[in-house]
Design a protein around this ligand. Sequence first.
Ligand code: FES
Length: 576
Amino acid sequence: MRDSEGSGLDQGLAQYGDNAFSSFLRKGFIKGAGYSDDALNRPVIGVVNTGSGFNPCHGNMPQLLEAVRRGVMLAGGLAVDFPTISIHESFSSPTSMFLRNLMAMDTEEMIRAQPMDAVVLIGGCDKTVPAQLMGACSADRPAVQLITGSMLTGSYRGERVGACSDCRRFWALYRADQLGETALAEVNEQLVASVGTCSVMGTASTMAILAEVLGITVAGGASAPAVTADRMRIAEASGRMAVEAARTQRTPSQFLSRRSFENAARVLLAIGGSTNGLIHLCAVAGRLGIDLDLHAFDAMGRETPVLVDLKPSGRYYMEDFHAAGGVPALLAALRPLLHLDALTVSGRTLGALIQSTLDAKRLFSQTVIRSLRDPVYPEGGLAVLRGNLAPAGCVIKPSAASPHLLEHEGRALVFEGLEDLARRIDDPSLDVLPGDILVLKNIGPKGAPGMPEAGMLPIPRKLAREGVKDMVRISDGRMSGTASGTIVLHVSPESAAGGPLAWVRSGDRIRLSVRRRELLWLVDDAEIERRRASAPIEAPSASRGYRKLYLEQVLQAEKGVDFAFLRAPSAAETPR
Ligand code: FES
């Protein structure tokens, strides 16, 4: 335990100017809840309870809490759960990303403020795991991440469906008049067949897997669906592991290194993971003073094939990934490309964990997790582009794009923001052709604000009805990890912060070359300067509250959209 601050309930005392009295008072209050001295003298394991009626992705929280408590007790500890903010994608306005840093601050401060020797963080929905990892890294107390687990898939007229790649596919059919209202309501009942996180390789699944690769979950902890016995056993094991972490006092900064994050980046590429995963990884690494190099990430992408065949790029769902062996099987397949000496919270190296998987002889022939010799896609699932439209970079997910659009030049059709998009996209008189490039401004970190997942602009209705399924789309926003298409995201600097995107006009020509990793705005420098001078950008601001803090402090995508003052000193940066 940490000598300087005490241990168990005696650490982090409330300040009354008399520590003995603080301890006496605290003990009195907790005894009021019926605890015995025997219980109170055990290692205290905080358990972050993110159950919320507004968060169905965490709908198994009561069962998880019970299983974690059981694990803690079996290992000789005392589990004490406490609430923090919980964020669900569909119930957070303006966006869940706007609130992620608030949840990270809540998590960090409540871990710091309350007396615990280790903490189990229970999260699942997209922003919750990144927020918890960010908070736990900054608090730097022994921590174990427990994932809520994915939802089950449903069945619509004999077809297997799951949130949310299929949500978007059926919505596109509805927009193209190929699905009626009744059928739409019917499929809506089946898309989310149980509590738990989205069932494809969206952001939640991506972050669950990256947490396991970082070594902060129990081995095999990422993939079990929410309502399964496996998930409950993982919860119990997480409680046990937290007691062990309390004993060793192994904190995140002691086992998470640059090599751990390079492993996570490698796996992000190999799973065809969500583009959001890159933002969150930059944010978590930044909390430990580690600046991820996007150039190096892109270079890694050229030598890392996609091995996991999950939607939206592939065919299967998370429950299939779990049945195929989950992260342990994936790591065994990727072993030649990983830093095997990276440590985990257990004190064992990633290489040792992989060796255990191999020794157990649990691997078998299947088609969900492929080998390096027989990948799903020959190169990594994400590519980083640069050019005069995105001087600090932007990303595309080639594995989810249309191959014929990866090298494309076209005329820009510009939307100034979300309102402009909503007003004009379905206008029958919209001047748009299938080869045009749709550009959406003002959806970056400051822009909307909160970097909404609006980067997958809908195909204009008049083209959708003609059968156009994909177009190049460019924005400073994000897209859901469950979405697909030829979509360039995270253009940085964003338009609302004075990035070049702010001055693009309809009719300009833009060239996308994924092969050359380029995004070029084919307008000469003198014209760009003329436009800049004639229409200076006024950064968005707010007069009070969290929105004011957010707008003043938020960083761009390549810095994880974190707040400048929350990154560790060596990774800190001034907001644009
Ligand atoms: Fe929670 Fe998709 S909405 S994981």
